[in-house]
Design a protein around this ligand. Structure first.
Ligand code: 3PG
Length: 218
């Protein structure tokens, strides 16, 4: 796959998804029920972060047991993480940032990938490696929508998935920006709900969010 078609595939996936839940799975047995709860609420695309010892097995379990889930791996910090993600057969990789090594490895890999950026220089590095669809992280903490608009000026080709500080209250506001394809965040899978296996609560929140986003985009 060429660099452009990889990025287009990812951009299309994210544009369709609108919201990307960021999953930090502590117990392997939560993986499939959590993914099922998200899918039942209309949220099919999800990022499993490499932040816990069970993350890789959790992603494997979701792929095997929840065929309607579209799984990506997040918190990819280096080329090894990227290779591990690719070997799992996930649909995409995403990172809170980028290093020159990671950008090089991701440009050479067939796995669709979004590096993280928070500044103009970081965005320039991402663009130089062919990544015009990036994660803006941490979005609210890095200046919010004002910062994103300022970045859009010199970089009209860049498209974003803001993540960090986004929730039910502001997701639609971010998504109204023309260069925002999707928003990411942990709000759709609160740790307390996962801990208490409140799968119905997670499904209900997903349904509410998707409904409000649909209404906002009319
Ligand atoms: C991430 O890595 O994308 C963030 O932890 C998600 O940020 P949030 O918890 O503020 O949604």
């Amino acid at each position: 796959m060429t660099a452009t078609s990889k990025q287009e595939k990812l951009a299309t996936l994210f544009r369709q998804a609108r919201v990307i839940p960021v999953l930090t799975i502590e117990r392997l047995e939560d993986a499939a029920p959590l993914a099922r709860a998200l899918v039942a609420g209309g949220v099919h695309t999800m990022e499993v972060t490499l932040r816990t010892p069970v993350a890789i097995d959790a992603a494997k379990a979701i792929i095997a047991e929840v065929p309607d889930a579209i799984v990506g791996i997040g918190t990819i910090l280096n080329a090894d993480d990227l290779a591990r993600a690719h070997a799992l057969g996930v649909q995409f990789g995403i990172s809170p940032g980028a290093t020159p090594d990671l950008l090089k490895a991701a440009a050479a890999s067939a796995l669709p990938f979004a590096p993280g950026i928070a500044t103009a220089s970081e965005l320039m590095q991402a663009l130089a490696h062919g990544f015009d669809f990036v994660k803006f992280f941490p979005a609210e903490q890095s200046g919010g929508i004002k910062a994103l608009r300022a970045l859009a000026g010199p970089f009209p080709s860049a498209r974003f998935c803001p993540t960090g500080g986004i929730g039910e209250a502001n997701a639609a506001i971010w998504l109204a920006e023309p260069n925002v394809l999707a928003v990411g965040g942990s709000w759709l899978c609160p740790a307390d709900d996962v801990r208490s296996s409140n799968w119905a609560g997670i499904t209900a929140m997903c349904e509410r969010t998707m409904k409000s986003l649909k209404a906002a985009s009319r």
